[in-house]
Ligand binder design. Structure first.
Ligand code: AMP
Length: 428
């Protein structure tokens, strides 16, 4: 496989699939730019080599072709600001550029501290896009319009992928968040580039490396912490982890289905009645394989699903009628912390309770702290999946774990043992 870091992009037009699917408010302001920031190192390396960059992404879920609401043009000023934040020593304000003749004072093309121009084209294929791509000079960036304005993108249409491929001389996939989709720009496009001209970007490289470290090269003991609302969403990941983990810690709403399956009394706690047998099956399989499943011994219970509910503590398998478990209890925190502290590899997906409400966030916070402590002692820890990522960020532990994944759905599917089309297209 071609190594991004070792590749020299001088005079190449790098077509990068990024994940710029960022949330926008009703004034089209970006409310969380994490995904855009994550792509910056890849873009910078290409520009520093003397290459130019063409960025393609989707944004939102447009239904019927182009819609202003989903236009990537809204991202241009911020992209420009991000790319110029460190390098822009000229103090020039950022803004939307359009390609045009270069004037004597135009900083385009100047190395190192030059202003990075970000152009935008209101299509992602066709003559206009091709012209904009071909007129790029080394050091310049072009952002294409939303890929999903064409239905062909999600269908993985080969002709559409071919039209996209015409824009670049090298293909870089840096969109781990969409790696589980066999779309035109994430997978199909790769076949239009020879092996030495298709590669992962830096973000994708580190996501894949971290995920492989946990799934295929885990140092034992390996603890997987699985939480969240529903067992049904996590069955496949638990099944796959039964083949690999030493310990599986189960918290969050899903724990109560396991409690009930074992004959426990769970009051009004979350329960998937149609999954009781399956939960018992997983426990049995774990026993056969010598994997230790840890369920929370006690819970913080509430008399309603409300931030202002009355709360108390109860054994997780003996919750009074009319009450529900909304967080793991103090004993469970200690029980789980001990397992985490003795682990050398840790995977965490899903919160331990309703961490969005102050009264029920202690368990999730306690797990974040334990994972950080184990990491400080040398364990490798990976946090993946929307809500656990939000939790480590919220509680200030994001820089105290080994890796925080940007790809929720993609990371989950990876840990379910599935082949991700975006990864396979580059690795094959
Ligand atoms: P998931 O998307 O499946 O990882 O679930 C995350 C959601 O599960 C969060 O919004 C939590 O508030 C919710 N959750 C966690 N524990 C519980 C619980 N004991 N009862 C109800 N919801 C929970």
């Amino acid at each position: 496989m071609t190594s991004f870091s070792q590749y020299n992009f001088a005079n190449q037009r790098a077509l990068i699939r990024v994940d710029f699917n960022v949330p926008l408010n009703d004034k089209y302001e970006i409310t969380d730019d994490t995904r855009m920031r994550a792509a910056v190192p890849t873009i910078r390396k290409i520009l520093a080599d003397g290459g130019s960059v063409i960025l393609m992404s989707h944004l939102g879920r447009p239904k019927d072709g182009p819609a202003d609401k989903y236009s990537l043009k809204h991202l241009v000023p911020h992209l420009k600001e991000l790319l110029n934040r460190v390098r822009n020593l000229t103090g020039r304000p950022g803004g939307v550029d359009s390609p045009g003749p270069q004037t004597a004072n135009d900083p385009r093309g100047k190395p190192a501290d030059a202003l990075v121009n970000v152009f935008f084209v209101d299509d992602c294929i066709g003559e206009k896009a091709e012209q904009a791509a071909q007129s790029l000079k080394p050091g310049q960036v072009l952002l294409l319009e939303n890929l999903r304005f064409y239905k062909e993108e999600e269908k993985g249409d080969k002709t559409f992928a071919g039209k996209l491929a015409k824009l670049g001389t090298v293909y870089v996939n840096d969109a781990f968040g969409t790696a589980h989709r066999a779309h035109a720009s994430t997978a199909v496009i790769a076949e239009f580039f020879p092996k030495d001209k298709r590669m992962f970007g830096l973000l994708m490289e580190s996501e894949v490396k971290s995920a492989e470290k946990v799934l295929h090269q885990a140092k034992k003991p390996f603890a997987a912490i699985i939480g969240g609302a529903k067992v049904s969403d996590k069955i496949l990941i638990i099944e796959n982890l039964l083949e690999r983990a030493t310990d599986i810690i189960i918290g969050g709403g899903m724990a109560y289905t396991f409690m009930k399956a074992q004959g426990g009394k769970i009051g009004n706690s979350l329960c998937e009645e149609d999954r009781l047998e399956m939960a018992l099956g997983l426990l049995k399989k774990a026993e056969e394989k010598g994997v230790c499943i840890h369920l929370p011994s006690d819970s913080i219970i509430a008399d309603k699903f409300d931030a202002a509910a009355n709360d108390s503590t109860a054994p997780s398998n003996n919750i009074p009628d009319g009450w529900m478990g909304l967080d793991i209890g103090e004993n469970a925190c200690e029980q789980f912390t001990n397992v985490i502290h003795r682990s050398k590899t840790i995977l965490w997906n899903g919160p331990m309770g309703v961490f969005e409400m102050a009264k029920f966030q202690r368990g999730t916070k306690c797990i974040a702290k334990a994972v950080a402590e184990a990491t400080a002692k040398g364990a490798f820890s990976l946090v993946g999946g929307g809500d656990s990522v939000a939790a480590v960020n919220q509680f200030g532990y994001a820089d105290k774990v080994s890796y925080v994944s940007t790809g929720g759905g993609a990371m989950l599917e990876y840990f379910e043992g599935k082949t991700l089309p975006g990864i396979a297209a580059i690795q094959d």
